[in-house]
Design a protein around this ligand. Structure first.
Ligand code: UDP
Ligand code: MG
Length: 154
């Protein structure tokens, strides 16, 4: 099992898409192990988007991530990192396939509704960046039939 980080960006908060997005993750079978609203600082954004620091759009990206509070989520499940990235879709909302979150809620390259960790290694680092250990609470849903499969289907 894996845990991945999702951020509902200001483009999700300000358009009122929070409920619809959380519903998608829950109906898929991912389990919420952490969730809180927070305001992002320049410091945390510079760290989180360090790989983009020298891109011309970086100041706009930081500004856009501070346009409202965000909601950070720790989502747990089998192959959660890959499953959530597939549900997220391509970075640019116009290129993201219909059926993905970005494909269904965004026509923008920047205002693309959610962040999702792109690898198991990033997820580990990013979860620590946004959550204190005690804010992630492990539990298992009453039925795990949708997260476990017979061995031959693994
Ligand atoms: N971004 C942007 N313009 C670009 C590329 C990225 O505004 O040309 C923003 C966009 O909000 C994206 C974020 O920077 O989600 C992080 O970029 P990354 O390449 O890590 O894409 P992601 O992992 O979010 O798909
Ligand atoms: Mg990324």
């Amino acid at each position: 099992m894996e845990t991945t980080l999702v951020i509902l960006k200001p483009s999700a908060i300000l358009h009122g898409y929070v409920g619809q997005i959380i519903t998608r993750f829950q109906q898929k079978g991912l389990v919420i192990h952490g969730m809180k609203m927070m305001t992002l600082s320049d410091e945390i954004l510079s760290e989180h988007y360090a790989h983009l620091a020298d891109r011309p759009f970086f100041p706009d990206l930081v500004k856009s991530m501070k346009a409202s509070p965000v909601i950070v989520m720790a989502l747990w499940g089998k192959d959660a990192v890959e499953v959530v990235r597939l549900m997220t879709g391509a970075t640019n909302g116009r290129k993201a396939l219909p059926g993905t979150i970005r494909g269904d809620f965004s026509v923008s390259g920047q205002e693309n509704i959610i962040h999702a960790s792109d690898s198991i290694e990033s997820a580990e680092i990013e979860l620590k960046r946004f959550f204190k250990p005690e804010e992630i609470i492990h539990y298992e849903p009453s039925s795990l039939s949708y997260t476990y499969e017979p061995a031959e289907l693994l």
